[in-house]
Structures are given as C-alpha cells and as structure tokens.
Ligand binder design. Sequence first.
Ligand SMILES: [Zn+2]
Length: 304
Amino acid sequence: MTANEGFPWPDGKRAAAAITVDFDAESAMLFENPASVDYLNLMSLQWYGPRVGIFRILRVLEGRGVRGTFFVPGFTVDRWTDAVRRVHAEGHELGHHGYLHEPLYDLDERTEEEYLTRGLEAFAKAGLPAPRGFRAPKFRLTFKTPALLARHGFRYDSSLMDSDHPYALAVGPPAPAATIIELPVHWPLDDWAYYAFAPGFTPLSTIQRPESVLAAWVEELDAIADVGGCFVLTIHPFLSGRPARIRAVDRLIAHIQAREDIWLTTLGEIADHTASLELDPVVNVAPVHPYPDRLETARPATFT
Ligand SMILES: [Zn+2]
C-alpha cells in the first residue's frame, strides 16, 4: 500500500479526476494521410464521433451530473460547429487541440504558432470563448511549446507524462517568471490505446473488450488515488461513443463518484487550484546528446 504523497487537494479530498474528451472527428486522419479525404469509409469511421458518439458522451455526463473538458481541433469547430456549441451550452469546458490535429514535432516556431492561432480563430469565429487549456495532438509537443502557450494566454497544458500530480511548469530555461500549469496524462488512460483500429491507418492490434478496459481504468484510478494523484481520462467520441464502450465510461464515472474522496471536475478547475498553490516550477532542459554525429544524421522522429 502506498501513502498519499501529500498533494493538497481542496475540501479534504484525497485525489482528483477529470473526464477529458478529444473531439478529433476526421481531423487527425486528414492530417496524417491527406488522401483519406477521398475515402468515404475512413471518413465515416471518424464521423461516428460528431454524428453519434459526442451526443452519447454528453448524455452520460448529464446523467451523472459531471462536467468534462473537451479538446477540439479548430477544423472540428469549423465543420461540426453545432455539435461543439452544444458541448459548450451544456456547461463543459472547451480546450485547444490544434487546427487539423497537427503533432508539433519537427516544426519551426512560426509554423507551430500558425497552427495555434488558426485554432484560436476557429473558436472566435464560432462565437465560442477562447480556450484556456491546450492538449497537443497525439500528446506531441516540443520544448518550445510551453512558452508559446504562455504567450497566447493559456493557463495550462495537458500532454506530458512525467508526474502523477499537476505541477507548475516554467516556460523555458532559465526559469522565468512565467509558468503554465501541467496536468499530466498517460497512455493507459487513453481509449486510443485499446480501441483504435483502422486498417491502413493505425497499426493493427487486438481490439479490447470494454469490460477489460473498464477493469484497467478502475485499477489505475484506485492506485492513482492512493498516491493522491490526478486521474486524467482521455476518450474519443468515435471510439468510446459506441454503445458497449460508453457503458464502460458510465460505470467508471459511477465508480469515481462512489469514492467520495475524489474531486471529479474539469481540468480548468484543477489548473486553477494548482496555480493557487504557488508551487516551485519544474524547469525542463533538453538533454545534451552524447553522440552529436548520430544527432546530425538523425531523421525526424516518426511514430505510428
Ligand atoms: Zn486528438
């Protein structure tokens, strides 16, 4: 048994949890594989999100009286405006998730900023509030990204994986006055890792049963709560919006709510609480590569 590691949550709570929804629709597929714009089957796989899954997620959150945080690419805001407005109208938080779901690796700073501002413009055009939170598409950001977020007025990021607890993140070495809040994520808490299956687009793996995914999430949640951490679930409408899978989400929320020692809320509220603690910021410094020759010949990192 591990002990609560002492992160001070409000109202005597032992830990925190947030339900986050990455409302990608077809954006990721169009960016990764532009030819998919002509493939109706692939588009239909993604359109399940804005046509069906998003509303099923909203009904579950409403039924449980929970507010979630929805990270929305600008392209989704432009194309599925009514669905995004509905998410906002039902009281949930909207966050930034790129314009066309662009991972931020291997970009110059100007291009990275263009993606960010294009996403912000989509929210403004739809009459939606400017997001205070950011999640990098595919959780891929660079050492440059935190400073860019601070410059554009963002309060927090939720893409890094180096802690069980929220923390203050300095926007670059040397430690400056400016910080943002980091609300860390982890792959086992992302439904993508269990359900994503699109021949020709994703690596093919075994599709997991919702029952076993729920068991994994409950196991993760209880252990994170034991160390007083923050459980950040990430789901996608086109994945977890399916009938059997949404039941797993609903049962997970019921499990969280049955534990009265967990503060279940939006990432924005967790970020505000963390900021109020005035923690010493973490400064991220890129390692100096010990084999410079290898670095010079390295190709841009590619992942699937
Ligand atoms: Zn995404």
